[in-house]
Design a binder for this molecule. Structure first.
Ligand code: 5AD
Ligand code: SF4
Length: 441
């Protein structure tokens, strides 16, 4: 590797996966990992457009990169990828003419061509097409980076929730064919990966080769070496009975499910075009818990959607109390240009949004704390996949996605170990290894 690539990733896990694949695509051109933009020959900002703040951050980062590029006499290729690039490609080139390449999430298999073209033409290259050929057919084999890996199985979304840009930036639903997915999973297992997270904007809407997502999970579970399976993000509407049953039947499938509900009021769910009401969600939770009694639930919430009243918000709090969540993401509604909700009447005051967000987050944090407290003394399997702050410390995830810190285990890095939870902290747990041999999750 003679050149250095620095990739900065914003947003969701799909972007984390895409960033890794962009690095794979550029490796044959001699690009290896760089530590900072200052020491890099090429910088990619892999951007997120989901909320206003996410895209603002990109423009401020570009300001910083402009200076670094000037300090290097222009010797830095700057590429903007991801959903802001898809949605605002022309605008980026207008506001930041020092950017060399703008590419959407569907065209990064063409990066080597774009790099060559940018060098030749000396002008900017813009490629935000939705090509007919799926990029996956052109990507090199995925390289594992540690014992836990992401695997993209589905992209895009046809649900058109009225607040969301994803159907516009990522396009319509596309399911990768099962043989390609299973081949990638096997290659990851061959490289020592023990935990795979199947990714998609609407992952449980996967329907490659006419099969269902539950079927796909059962196939991945047959692969030797893969000990733990997770998936994200699911839509309640696509949670079919076979997938629910898989939670009880597939022991490698972790007892943790991220199932965004967004709101608890039927009126808001309707205005959001969520295609389900609160009773439908309660019904799903009941069926899932019947299949897997220790299932821990996670969710996304939006407060202050246009027209949300105090009574609507009270319904969200009530839903949260009835279901009980262990890990959640809550957002103030952020108006996104081009989405139906942006033009809806009765936009909610910023101060009201703030207050509702604080109240909701208090309640959710209480639930997380209670769940964590109940874990004290329990034995849990943890994949030690990250180096901790202290010498010898490693961090891994419990089956329920809690970060678990374990001291003096540098020799067990990358291993699946059994840990007894000994301390509870606000954002993490601490544990001690009780068996160091590989065990089943
Ligand atoms: N405003 C606020 N939150 C949003 N999300 C998506 N679009 C918006 C928006 N316009 C949230 C949803 C989604 C998560 C990824 O981001 O909760 O599930
Ligand atoms: Fe966006 Fe709704 Fe699709 Fe999720 S299901 S990506 S929130 S449109």
């Amino acid at each position: 590797m003679t050149k250095k690539l620095f990739v900065k990733t914003y947003g969701c896990q799909m972007n984390v996966y895409d960033s890794a694949r962009m690095a794979d695509v550029l490796a044959p051109l001699g690009y290896g990992p760089g530590e900072t933009p200052e020491d890099a020959d090429m910088v990619i900002l892999n951007t997120c457009h989901i909320r206003e703040k996410a895209s603002e951050k990109v423009f401020s980062e570009l300001g910083r990169l402009r200076q670094i590029k000037a300090d290097k006499d222009g010797g830095l290729i700057i590429a903007v990828a991801g959903c802001v690039a898809q949605a605002e490609g022309e605008e980026i080139l207008r506001r930041a003419p020092f950017v060399d390449i703008v590419l959407g999430p569907q065209t990064y298999h063409r990066l080597p061509e774009m790099v060559a073209q940018a060098a030749r033409a000396g002008g900017a290259v813009l490629d935000t097409e939705f090509p007919i050929e799926p990029k996956f057919d052109f990507l090199p084999d995925a390289r594992a980076d540690g014992p836990a890996a992401f695997l993209s199985v589905q992209e895009g979304c046809d649900k058109f929730c009225t607040f969301c840009v994803v159907p516009y930036t990522r396009g319509g639903e596309y399911s990768r064919p099962a043989p390609a997915i299973l081949a990638e999973a096997r290659k990851l297992a061959d490289q020592g990966v023990v935990e795979i997270t199947l990714l998609g904007q609407n992952v449980n809407g996967w329907h490659g080769d006419g099969k269902s997502f539950g079927w796909l999970i059962r196939q991945v579970a047959k692969i030797d070496g893969i000990e733990r399976i997770r998936f994200t993000t699911s839509h309640p509407r696509d949670m079919d009975d076979d997938l629910i049953a898989a939670h009880g039947e597939v022991s490698k499938l972790m007892p943790f499910l991220h199932l965004p509900v967004q709101a608890g009021s039927n009126r808001m769910l309707e205005a959001m075009n969520r295609r389900h009401d609160r009773d439908f969600y309660f019904g799903l939770v009941e069926k899932l818990r019947a299949a897997r009694p220790d299932l821990a639930l996670s969710s996304d919430f939006i407060v202050g959607f246009p027209g949300e009243t105090d009574a609507d918000f009270a319904d969200t709090l009530d839903l949260v109390r009835q279901v009980g969540f262990v890990q959640t993401y809550s957002f103030k509604y952020s108006s996104r240009p081009g989405t139906p909700a942006a033009g809806m009447p009765h936009q909610v005051d910023e101060a009201v949004k703030e207050a509702r967000l604080a109240e909701l987050m208090d309640l959710l944090q209480d639930q997380t704390n209670r769940f964590n407290a109940h874990c004290l003394g329990l034995e849990m399997a943890v994949v030690l996949d990250r180096v901790g702050k202290h010498p010898g410390q490693m961090i891994g995830r419990s089956p329920y996605m809690q970060p678990v810190h374990v001291d003096n285990v540098a020799h067990l890095a990358g291993k699946l170990v059994n840990v007894r939870i000994s301390e509870i902290h606000p954002r993490s747990l601490r544990g001690e290894v009780i068996h160091s041999e590989r065990i089943r999750a």
